[in-house]
Ligand binder design. Sequence first.
Ligand code: ZN
Ligand code: ZN
Length: 414
Amino acid sequence: MTATFEEKLQKYASLIVNVGLNVQPDQEVVVRIPIEAAPLARQLAIEAYQAHAKYVHLFYQDEQITLIRFQHAPRDSFDFFPTWYADALTGLAEEGAGFISVYATDPDLLKGQDPELISTAQKVAAQHTRRYAELLSKDYAPWTVVSAAVPAWANKVFAHLPEDERVSALWDTIFEICRVNEPDPVGAWRLHTEELARRSAYMNEKQYVALKFTAPGTDLTVGLPEHHLWTGGYGKTPDGVRFTANIPTEEIFTLPHKDRVDGVVRATLPLNLRGNLIENFWFRFEQGKVVEVHAEKGEELLRKLLETDEGAVRLGEVALVPQSSPIAKTGLLFFNTLYDENASCHLALGRAYRTSLQNGEDMTTEAFAAAGGNDSLIHVDFMMGSSDMDIDGVLPDGSTEPIFRQGEWAFEVS
Ligand code: ZN
Ligand code: ZN
């Protein structure tokens, strides 16, 4: 017997609450979700209260209101940010609340809007929520980012289908990729995240000094700092509670050395930047810094992004994802970083995760930077993996070992 949509939605919500966040008794839970996904919001609240959450704080988001602001608000008002909202998030994170962010946006929302205003709005939001982002990047509070099939997004991914079939096609794809169709999704996720954790452990043991990426258009060396930590599968709060920061997740990732990245890297998927698509772009790095950038489409916006601050031209994340991931297998472009980034090896410009370095959470900003950790207001992932990609790990004596061959893992873990 096949499960109904309602049954699948319930399983998906249970997965988000119990594996994504791993809600603990008496915990406060924050849900930020598009208004079109209200049925999921309600199901999440049911699951959270069944897990004995103390209170579910709900923030509905409406992208159309964002668009209306860009169309009609005074041009000089974009440096405003509602401080109360940033304060609320920060306060809740400090108290150890759990955060569910349902990320589903119209990739074309801000098409044609002034890049200057987009970048101002982005920068001001990042400045105000800096403390909150920092707490989450240190895994101080559990957090999980997931998606939901909303019409504007479904229209983009499934443009080739009749309009009334797109949302349910996207839900089906989300359920499939998130293993909701398996008999025991929670068990399947525990196995999957444990395999990712074992791959991380293998890489941590090796402590490669650098990774070399080779593919058509890419010849890049990414230095790895001493004591870098690979993470994959799950995170842990200071109380030792396991949570899964992204559903889906297929990656293991670590800290690139902010001053030791050299060579050329070509993106293999478009980058969706606040509703604008950057296409066919590449960067040239010298001593960690982007010194050359080219994009066939959206170059101006990409340059603006790099100008955000000093750390925006350096890397903060290097992540490995095999081409056999369930997302890559769909062959779809999702126009949504959470999905596309788990289809492919990727790098991120901007802020590094403190958890990617031993004792990184306890370091001062200066000590983290001295160790090779990047800091910035932005953290923007772009995909560069492909089935043509080879990756080698460089050992301290200069010899190399295969990590990836033709887009797949080249080592076994027991
Ligand atoms: Zn990543
Ligand atoms: Zn990232």
